[in-house]
Design a protein around this ligand. Sequence first.
Ligand SMILES: Nc1ncnc2c1ncn2[C@@H]1O[C@H](COP(=O)(O)OP(=O)(O)OP(=O)(O)O)[C@@H](O)[C@H]1O
Ligand SMILES: [Mg+2]
Length: 568
Amino acid sequence: MIAPRRAGRLPEPSGNGALIAGAGSLVAAALLVVAGWAAAGIAGLSPQGNPIGWAVGLATGTSRWSAAATVVLVVIIVAVAVLAALVVRAVMGRRSGAGRLDNLAKSMSLPSDVRPLSMETLAEDARRLGVAPECGPGVPIGKAVNGGTALGTSWEWTQLWVMGPRAGKTSCLCIPQVLATGGPVVATSNKRDLLDATRGPRSQRGLVRVHDPQGLAGQEATWWWSPLSYITDSPRADEITSLFAAATRDATAKTDAYFDTAAQTLVSALLLAAAKGGKTLLDVHEWVRRPDETEPEDLLIDAGERSAAIDVESARMKTPKQRDGIYGSAENLLSWLRNPALEPWITPGEGRPEFDAEEFVRSKDTLYLLSKEGPGSARALTASLTVAVTRAAERYGISQGGRLARPLLCVLDEAANICRWPQLPDLYSHYGSRGIVLTTYLQSWSQGVRVWGKEGMTQMWDAANVRGIGPGIADDQFAGTISKLVGPHDVRTRSASNSMRSGHSVNHQLRREQILEVADVSALPQGRAVVLPSGSPSIMLATQHWSTLEIADLITASIEHYSREGAA
Ligand SMILES: Nc1ncnc2c1ncn2[C@@H]1O[C@H](COP(=O)(O)OP(=O)(O)OP(=O)(O)O)[C@@H](O)[C@H]1O
Ligand SMILES: [Mg+2]
């Protein structure tokens, strides 16, 4: 294969320059003669014979020429030049940007390599796994550039995507995925775009619930749910506490081994006290600001949770300096509860039923979890609700023989900002096999490291069945990893030499070259992604903007209807 021209690369030397120049001059002269002959005809000079005879006549004075013929000739030359420029531009355009990368797609995988991800194979997989027919063959990801096959992942595969800001995560992946299944869906987002686009079609499948405590889509609380509903014992209290900790600080942030650990122990015990004693999260927030309060200890003793009661008592009885440090750190873990807008979403009220995760995982409903980072963020709630639902799905799956017949699809858009779930890397290795399908979207590798640490992020990347990257990768180390994983291909090169002794000679060589160089990875254009599936070669993917889907009209109608509703 001859390498296409790339910016910054010189063409291979060739010894045919003089030959090509000579042939080019001859062709140009012939074209000029034909154009002159045609111009004379158009100008009414009635040229006799063929163009060559006519040209000879012009030289010897037997053919005629006029000023009008000159004007026509100039017009013909200009028209031909413009046409040629357009053709050259079209060809070069195809070779640059997406076109040049698309050519490289052939070096990445053959149409036969992508068969395991084709919709036909996925449909067979779904039948084999006993997936309910309304769920469809799998979770779509786009089309292979080489061959155009529509691709997706099976109902036992997880996906992890790293794509920069405005790269098409929501419009080309999340929206098509949310709409691809007839089973239950949890979708997180920090904007209303995903909600507006998919809410209409999803409401034809089942009930749509929107968790919008920060008012990102202008939704009133018509139902409520508290992390306390999930807490039935000490390990679950610890789990929710770890979500609160992840929501309030980065994994890479410096922590105080003594105070931070003691604060988490305290908060966990207080959450358990509130859950057992029928209190609310607001009570827990009050307790951490009143270290003398003994009510949580009483509630824990009444509930038979002696160990947790001792945790609270021990924190309360510390020296004033230690106690202030522990309660101060505990207050930080719950500081997001200072936002009064959260109250109706986390406390019971007239006409607002409580969300039931067990019921949800048995339904075809959709749960949209909206929150955004920053002060007053509800992301601790977003993560808690995601955990409560997926854990309920785990239990339901076990009762169904290990795997959900109607898989739960979790589309975690902006996960590093709003669904900080420390255990996610551990779950990536086995959730797929339980019919809990995670597709997680991050803006960069380092964003993931901030939440899960370097090891956690690497673990998640390794455990995902399909890893995808899209436009906007600016991290040269990560881009280098992708370049290496995509691997090399053979490139044929030609060198020519002229010497007095051996004359003209041309040599062909094969060279190994990275299919995608680091610069190629970071220059992926909109609409393209590189996918690294487990056990198959990498694939250049044409992502499918929602407007290209068969149900684009329904999506447009949904956006028009719901964005108006929110604006009203
Ligand atoms: N392949 C594409 N064809 C046409 N438009 C596209 C394509 N990809 C993205 N867009 C447009 O680019 C804009 C950004 O896309 P989108 O919101 O999906 O990106 P994102 O990665 O989710 O961005 P953010 O990081 O802000 O959430 C949208 O207006 C979208 O319609
Ligand atoms: Mg987005």
